[in-house]
Design a protein around this ligand. Structure first.
Ligand SMILES: Nc1ncnc2c1ncn2[C@@H]1O[C@H](COP(=O)(O)OP(=O)(O)O)[C@@H](O)[C@H]1O
Ligand SMILES: O=C(O)[C@H](O)[C@@H](O)[C@H](O)[C@H](O)COP(=O)(O)O
Length: 171
């Protein structure tokens, strides 16, 4: 692990990005942000009305997120962000150095059950199918780790921290 890790926790809605991202940031003692809090009101209204975002809706949001990450390079940070497509992740990389990714991966069944149990969020569970359609899992040339979300939160965090520690010992 680099001294000041810069990490995006990615995945579809309900995969646990906010929960796991905040827990990793706490363990690493670095800043945390949730990309949901950077959506303009139009994006929130669109999702809340049951319509998925498209590339044009997401571009300015991703640019803002890339700038947030770049600002936090000196101290390290964790950002939970869907980052569903390779092109979105490439945009974040283009504004940063040394960005790592953690993909929280799960079956539609497991994640649907999580969304059903989550209250008070603007994102309707009906959009989950479109999230899986858009999702492009990490490719082998992308710097990151994929972890199955069908385990408890502490296990996911421990697995991630152990895997990055092991990788840093090998480099
Ligand atoms: N590993 C897990 N095991 C059980 N419940 C989880 C796990 N990860 C997240 N949750 C719960 O699932 C719901 C969705 O998690 P959340 O962090 O909001 O996902 P996202 O930010 O990806 O939409 C929340 O109610 C959260 O408490
Ligand atoms: O790119 C998108 O379509 C959105 O970012 C989406 O993926 C995200 O999931 C929503 O903002 C809901 O927020 P949660 O992921 O917290 O459900």
């Amino acid at each position: 692990m680099t001294q000041h890790p810069l990490l995006v926790v990615m995945g579809v809605s309900g995969s646990g990005k906010s929960t796991v991202g905040a827990a990793i940031a706490q363990r690493l003692q670095v800043a945390f942000a949730d990309a949901d809090d950077f959506h303009p009101p139009e994006n929130i209204a669109k999702m809340a009305s049951g319509r998925p975002l498209d590339d044009d809706d997401r571009r300015p949001w991703l640019e803002t997120l890339g700038d947030w990450l770049a600002e936090h390079e000196p101290t390290g940070a964790v950002l939970s962000c869907s980052a569903l497509k390779r092109s979105y992740r490439d945009l974040l990389h283009s504004r940063t150095h040394g960005l790592q990714l953690l993909h929280l991966s799960g079956t539609p069944e497991v994640i649907e059950a999580r969304l059903a149990g989550r209250a008070g969020h603007f994102m309707p569970a009906s959009l989950l199918r479109s999230q899986f359609t858009a999702l492009e899992p990490l490719a082998s040339d992308e710097p990151g780790t994929t972890i199955d979300v069908d385990q408890d939160i502490d296990a996911i965090v421990d697995h991630y921290l152990a895997s990055t520690m092991a990788r840093s010992l090998l480099t």
